[in-house]
Design a protein around this ligand. Structure first.
Ligand code: 5GP
Length: 195
């Protein structure tokens, strides 16, 4: 997605060879126009899959997932990282280890919002080692829902997340795939255009 790649080149900050900061449009301040375009792109990529719900993880997955839900016309659920007092034992939970924060979080979703009748699109802002996405897969599987695939805004292609998800039998669609963050520069993976 050219608009997203241009935004990453203009505003992304390479913090190290493995971490990209995109606080100005995705992770802190949000660019609603870009999010709307992202929503349209995912709606096109996952059309004809019969999606009934989108499942993401708080907080940075919520903006792109909401715009995608608006385009497809389905509700959006975000897995919570902290159990709220009103979310009690009526929950699906999974353990997610964060490499960026170096801590494990339990994520939870109320059993009210995903059932075995649902076809779920799983989404997140970044894909690195795949822990967050695997946690969402775990929750959707516990609910007995069908998984339509995984939609990612920015994938770091040099980490193993996408392989992990494919090994579990699910497809991944990423709008920008970063091949390298070496030398303080963002290099994208070349897109193979099939004629
Ligand atoms: P994974 O679970 O795939 O290892 O990591 C994905 C999660 O970690 C995302 O939800 C995202 O919040 C965070 N993350 C991983 N790598 C990066 C990165 O390079 N930049 C930012 N901003 N977040 C990242």
């Amino acid at each position: 997605m050219d608009l997203l790649k241009a935004k990453i080149q203009e505003e992304g900050k390479v913090l190290s060879e493995s971490v990209l900061k995109v606080d100005s449009f995705l992770n802190h301040q949000i660019d609603p126009v870009l999010m709307q375009e992202i929503g349209k792109e995912f709606a096109t990529k996952f059309s004809n899959k019969g999606i009934t719900k989108i499942l993401t993880i708080e907080s940075s997955g919520i903006a792109p997932a909401t715009m995608t839900g608006l385009e497809i016309g389905v509700p959006v659920i975000f897995a919570r990282k902290k159990k709220s007092l009103t979310l009690t034992d009526h929950l699906y939970s999974a353990e997610v280890y964060s490499f960026t924060k170096r801590e494990a979080n339990e994520i939870s979703v109320s059993k009210d919002f995903i059932t075995s009748n649902d076809v779920v699109l799983l989404m997140d802002d970044f894909l690195a080692n795949g822990q967050a996405a695997l946690g969402l897969i775990n929750i959707a599987e516990q609910a007995g829902a069908k998984i339509a695939g995984v939609g990612i805004v920015i994938e770091k292609g040099f980490q193993k997340g996408s392989d992990q998800i494919r090994k579990r039998g699910y497809g991944v669609e990423s709008l920008a795939i970063i091949e390298s963050l070496a030398d303080g520069r963002v290099t994208f993976k070349e897109e193979v255009v099939s004629l």
